[in-house]
Design a protein around this ligand. Sequence first.
Ligand code: ADP
Length: 267
Amino acid sequence: APNTLLSVQIFPFEATLKLLVTRDITQLEKIGVVHRDFVANVSHELRTPLTVVGGFLETMLDMENMEAAASKRYMGMMLDQTKRMERLIADLLTLSRLESQSGQHKEEPVNIPKLVEIMAHETRSLSGGRHQITIEVLSADWLHGNMDELHSAMGNLASNAVRYTPEGGSITLKWERQGEIAVFSVKDTGIGIDQEHIDRLTERFYRVDRSRSRETGGTGLGLAIVKHALLRHQAKLEVSSVSGEGSTFSAVFPSSRIIPRSMTELS
Ligand code: ADP
């Protein structure tokens, strides 16, 4: 009888242990798969432009007397490809900085109306007059956060709006308070996104339409950067979209990030 008692006592402990170990391995395996996929994706994304550049160079070397105009055209196309690689590497570095725990993350009071103003300027220059761009700053808040990270998050949302909205469409950048929380949103009248894709948008290299993303200079990392930059501010990304009508991407900041007005007036 004492034996039975002993095994009864041990059993639940062992079961818990087994469960923990199994869960840990599954988690590790998942991380392994994600890591392998990521390396494969990066390699592929870098190889494509390199292959194009290599192809152009071979053609140029094979040609006996290439006309100046033609060689200039080839060089222009090669330059586009190297710029694409540069953008990809810049985004990869930004993402890895945002993900590393030890990475620099200085915080300071950020003047939101000023930041939105800077972004409006950048968005207008990116659009080049092809869209109607409206700014609505409904509350003159300051936010406790990292200027560069916030700029990068909001800037990526704004540049996506430009890239996925056909000429003649409208884009609205808005900052507003909703009770205790604050919301920065970018609303466009662009191509929109089918519901089935919404949950996966912040995955690295996930694109609804690969060729459209490429044509407009996308790296497939923009929304992953947005997600991580917001996470560092305990903010979350919300997406609502209707295919063919447009999208709204919102960054929702908790009240703990908002600096009371009286304090900013003093500074
Ligand atoms: P990309 O460089 O491909 O734009 P992102 O991570 O920024 O990468 O976005 C992922 C995908 O989400 C895009 O490829 C596109 O399919 C979709 N997307 C992002 N923003 C918008 C938008 N404003 N309108 C429509 N689709 C969008």
